[in-house]
Design a protein around this ligand. Structure first.
Ligand code: CA
Length: 243
């Protein structure tokens, strides 16, 4: 188990490092916000002990940057300021626990062990996909554009999710068929065309800017830049079989 301590007070930092090493942990010690952030972003740690008042970048900002970068290691805040708003702020910023200075090493060790047992804060997998003003919330299964809710069927949701996971990439119909319909593409059917058109009717047509573009003979692309309106009603674009 590897622990990163970010603490600018020499005495406290050394004391923590020594105690945790004696308890059997591998310990890195950074003495400023920027150094701590750099280590936390470039190395792999199981736990971060983070002082709030730090030179360069304070503990709040270090934590926020780490969480924005989807670094989910448990974080134990050290704060000298016994203020309710500070604790609330720390927990809201994504801290898992906090300890008020001065503290007994035995208490810190107990908190450290509890946090390590509890494991990593769930993270890494994004739950919100976003391109331009289009958003897909994978947890609530909601789609919206420019803040307006878009009602989608489960299949349409899956189709839009595929586009949002690969923006700017031309998705061949065969890929869409296998990913969304779990079937081999059959060129005799126009299932994909119909489904894409229905999807666009909901998430593109009502808006001035269109996001999904047809790439003739290839497939479709979700563009972050404004899509050109180059699609004419192609052959086989009439509604028919759709599951
Ligand atoms: Ca400090």
């Amino acid at each position: 188990m590897r622990i990163l301590i970010v603490e600018d007070e020499t005495k406290t930092g050394n004391y923590l490092r020594q105690g945790l090493q004696e308890a059997g942990f591998n310990v890195d010690l950074a003495r400023s916000g920027p150094d701590g952030l750099h280590l936390a972003l470039t190395e792999d740690h199981d736990l971060l002990i983070l002082d709030v008042m730090l030179p360069g970048i304070d503990g709040w900002q270090v934590l926020k940057t780490l969480r924005d970068a989807r670094r989910g290691m448990p974080v134990l805040f050290l704060t000298a300021r016994d203020q309710v708003e500070d604790r609330v702020r720390g927990l809201e910023a994504g801290a898992d626990d906090y300890l008020i200075k001065p503290f007994a090493f035995a208490e810190l060790l107990a908190r450290v062990r509890t946090l390590l047992r509890r494991g990593r804060t769930p993270e890494t997998a994004p739950t919100l996909l976003k391109v331009a003003d289009l958003e897909l919330d994978l947890l609530s299964r909601r789609a919206s554009r420019a803040g307006r809710r878009i009602d989608l069927t489960a299949r349409e949701f899956a189709l839009l999710e595929l586009f949002l996971r690969r923006p700017g990439e031309v998705l061949p119909r065969s890929l869409i068929a296998s990913q969304v319909w779990d079937m081999n593409f059959d060129s005799d059917t126009n299932v994909i065309e119909v489904a894409v058109r229905r999807l666009r009717a909901k998430m593109d047509d009502p808006f001035t800017r269109r996001l999904i573009r047809t790439v003739r003979g290839m497939g479709y692309v979700l563009e972050e830049a404004e899509a050109k309106e180059e699609e004419a009603a192609g052959p086989g674009d009439a509604p028919s079989c759709i599951s």
